[in-house]
Design a protein. Structure first.
Length: 230
């Protein structure tokens, strides 16, 4: 009887070991997501084996997962401007998908190296995150975006559309009384895609020409403002 009991216990132990091996093999076939998200793509078929990428050869991941809880924009910044950028600075993001609406953001990371790609300017990658949680609910991964990092803010200044500035130091001014266009030298300050600060050379209320590429726009040309009729 004792021999039978010992044999039975041995059989149980062997079975438990087999169960352990089976569980270990099963665990090797199970993929566990490292975070909550949405499955964007499954790069494989049922019963297909997936192996790690060989050294130097990148293979697609088995599953692409998108974390939709926090979006950010990665943008290249010219190396000349990168020195003035640091984490925490406020930023403004414009998305084409939302009719050029502006989204508040801040710089979360500045890359530690400069990219030097053939036939491209040397740039530094900057990551900007959205600071309003409700904005993340409206976004989709892959949207195209423009990033504007705010280095300084000034009020009570004269500003003009950036498109009106010629070679960084001149504008065409429209003299309504004389119906003439005159070139004026100015000194500029802060500038972005939309507006440029004028430090000197213009007075409040003076009209500048924004359609500088239009045929006939030159020093001394006769003109009418857009709302005027001959």
């Amino acid at each position: 009887m004792k021999a039978d009991c010992a044999a039975a216990r041995a059989t149980v132990g062997t079975s438990q070991a087999r169960v352990g091996v089976a569980k270990a093999n099963l665990a090797r076939t199970r993929l566990t997501a490292p975070f909550d998200g949405i499955i964007a793509a499954i790069n494989g078929e049922l019963n297909e084996y997936v192996t790690p990428s060989p050294v130097g050869i990148a293979t697609p991941p088995a599953i692409d997962i998108i974390d939709v809880s926090c979006f950010y924009v990665a943008a290249p910044i010219d190396e000349v401007d990168a020195a003035a950028i640091e984490a925490g600075q406020p930023a403004r993001v414009t998305l084409d998908a939302f009719d050029n609406s502006h989204f508040a953001g801040k710089v979360r990371r500045v890359a530690a190296y400069v990219l030097d790609r053939e036939k491209q300017a040397r740039t530094v990658d900057v990551e900007v995150e959205f600071i309003r949680p409700e904005d993340n609910q409206r976004l989709l991964a892959g949207y195209s975006a423009d990033v504007e990092i705010i280095l300084d803010v000034r009020s009570g200044i004269i500003r003009i559309p950036t498109q009106a500035v010629l070679d960084g130091k001149h504008v065409f001014v429209y003299l309504a009384d004389e119906k003439l266009i005159r070139m004026r030298k100015i000194e500029i300050g802060l500038s972005n895609w939309e507006y440029t600060q004028v430090i000197s050379g213009l007075n409040p209320g003076e009209m500048v020409v924004t359609s500088v590429d239009r045929a006939g726009i030159k020093e001394g040309a006769h003109a009418l403002a857009a709302e005027e009729k001959p």
